[in-house]
Structure formats: C-alpha cells, structure tokens
Design a protein around this ligand. Sequence first.
Ligand code: PMP
Length: 431
Amino acid sequence: MSNPSGISLDPWFENYAERASGLTASEVRALFAVANRPEVVSLAGGMPFVAALPFDNVTKTVQRVLGTSGPQALQYGSGQGLPELREHIMSIMALEGIRAGVDDIVVTTGSQQGLDLISKLFINPGDAILAESPSYVGAMGVFRSYQARVEHVAMDDDGMIPQSLREHIANLRALKVPIKFLYLIPNFQNPAGVTLSAARRLEILDIAQAEGILVVEDNPYGLLWFDRPPPHAIRSADESGVIYLGSFSKTFAPGLRVGWVVAPHGIREKLVLASEAAILSPSSFSQMILAEYFESHDWKGQIDTFRGLYRERRDAMVEALAQYAPEIPHTTPTGGFYLWLSLPEGLDSKEMLPRAVKELVAYTPGTAFYANGDGRANLRLAFCYPEPSFIEEGIKRLSRVIAEELELLETFGPTNTSVSASLDAPPPEVT
Ligand code: PMP
C-alpha cells in the first residue's frame, strides 16, 4: 500500500489483485488504541458484555466437552456444521418465527464469514448492493472488498423507507447496473438502533419479490429486545427469496466465532462448497461447546440477563443525553447495542473525534457506516460495554466536547483542521 506521499512501502504492492485496493486501513486505529486506555470512556466499541456469562458453568461445559468427546472436538468436522448444533439453531430461530430444517442451515465462523461467502457467490465488480442508510461497517467492508457499488436507501425511525427503495431500484435499472441483493438489519440496527416495522417488512419483501431481488437479512441482535420482541423475521414470510444470517456472538460470546446462514436450497449448496474452500470446516470445538451449553444450561435465562443488562445501559445513556445534551436528536433503541446521534449543524463527527478522545470519551463517527463518505453529521454510541455510571460520565464529556466545538464554530467559523480520520476499516472491536 502507498503512504500519503504516494510512495509504496510494500515491495509487493504491484502484485496485489485489484480487489485488495478495497482493503484500506483506518487512520483512526491509533486513536482507538488510545480510546482503549482505562481512563477513556469508550462508547465506540460494539463489544458484548461477556463478563455477564456464568463463567463457572462455561468452564464446566468446556471440561465436559473435552472429557466426553475430546478427540472429536479437536478434529476437523463437517463443512456444513455439527448436526446437534444445527438442531439447537432451529429452535432458536423458531423464537423469531422461522421454520427451517437442519439441512437448510450452514454454520459459519461468525456471521461475518456468512456475509463474506454470500458476497463471494454473488458480487461481480461494479454490481449494486442495496443497504440501509447508514449500514453495518463490517458489511460495507466486505462489499467493498468484492468491489460492489453500495446504494444507501433512506431510513427513518421505522427502518428502510419503501418509496426510497423503489426509487433506488428504478435508478439502477435505468443505468443497467445489476442489483445483486438487498442487505437489511431489521432488528435494533447497527448502527442506528432502529427496527423495521412489521408493515414495512412485508412491503419491502413485496418490492424485492416483484423486482426479483434477493434479500439478505442479518439478525445478530433480534433476541436482545428490551420491552417486547420485534416483529417476526422477514425469512419467516419467504423461504425462497431470503438468506438469513444469525450469530451466537451477542447472545453468547463472539470469541467462539460461530454464526449461521439459512439459505434457499441451491444457494445453501453453493455456500457449503464456498465455506469448505475457505475454511474446510467451522471450529468443531466451539460448536461442541455451544451444543453442550444449549443442552445443559438455561440459555433463555442467560439471554434474559443480557436483555436486563443492556436495557439498564440503554436507559443510562438516554437519561444522560436528556440531562446533558437535551437539544441533540438521537434514536431511542428498543433493543440491541447502539444509538445514533445527530450533531448540531456545522459539526463534523470525524473532525471532532481527536478532541473527544483528548477529553477521554470515544465514539464511532457516522462516516464508518456509509460507503460514500456521508455520515459526518452523525455518530454512533454503543451502550453495551461500559457500566451505567461510566456511560453517564462519557455522555457528560461528549456533551462538553460538542458544546466546545459549537463555540469554536461560532467564533472562528468552519475550519479545515480535519485530521481526515478515515474509518474505512476500523479495528474489529469497533464493529
Ligand atoms: N452483522 C452485524 C449487523 C453486526 O453488528 C455484526 C457484529 N458487530 C456482525 C454481523 C458480525 O458478527 P459475528 O461475525 O461476530 O457473528
């Protein structure tokens, strides 16, 4: 890759495939390294609060797996995933209205690998992917690495706006750009925290079906609702036109790296082949730990614990915003990890980040969640990881930074002091 002066520091630079140019490092990685220091309240990372897991039980589970099926647990496994775990996945998905057979499920190394495999199967350079506006940074990274053109469809508090979807489709059709799929995070969206309404789920599905567009439904947060469950999954209304992605990262632990994909028959067969080509088989050990955990523990009770914990943190953040920054609009999520904040006119979330980190608070600039450079007027706050008292302190510091930036803006007008912090590929703990 080349440095800012254009001189390549990598002797192999000329040899890379074209798609490697989509793999850009973040200039704010260093800032986030600072943000991980204990004195900084980080509202940037989307890290699940795994410390709330019953560690004694988890330890016993791991010991039991090794004691009873050690050699198998440390061996290669099926490319499609452990059948016992796929049985459990069926009952987990039933909670969101999805009926699927064990054979419809492909276990992946996190749902991130599912996104990569789907992209590998469908995207040619220049193909269009329709996504929410804003959308998940990790998905944007994958789509970019396959040289897709991401079209951001407008969203409001009820999720993606069907009319905006119709317009984007019409524009792309007029330009003769192939549309490969519609990528949606219907529940407690990352990063905006909004949930797609039941009526819009059906309307959007109708549009996709009428236009022959495949839907990719990414649902890592659906079970983490605070007051009432979200509407049923889109997949529950269409088994032939929807690929569904699930994950154990938020309801158990991301360190095991286990997710899954449910896909229409033909796509599922290709996915298994693509996954075997990429990784041979997902981790047998992780899958056996999960299967044993679901067999012997009150996993639904554990999800309730997570819900209570994240609800308390959401409340702490919303209350602190009402107290310290009452003028600033933000979404109020009813589940998940994130809230989306709109800055006062003239402020820039990318430019403000170094000052915020200096004031010992970190967030993720809105630009990370757009493939087209938009998002400067917004930022994402994650309430999943810090204790409520730290969340309050973080919001207090952030509101001070915003007030100071506004004062500077009023005194000196817009400046060009940007550190041009790019969040093209933030460190993994930010996603
Ligand atoms: N999709 C979304 C919307 C996410 O927020 C994340 C993680 N932050 C993922 C997919 C990837 O999750 P994992 O690979 O850990 O299952």
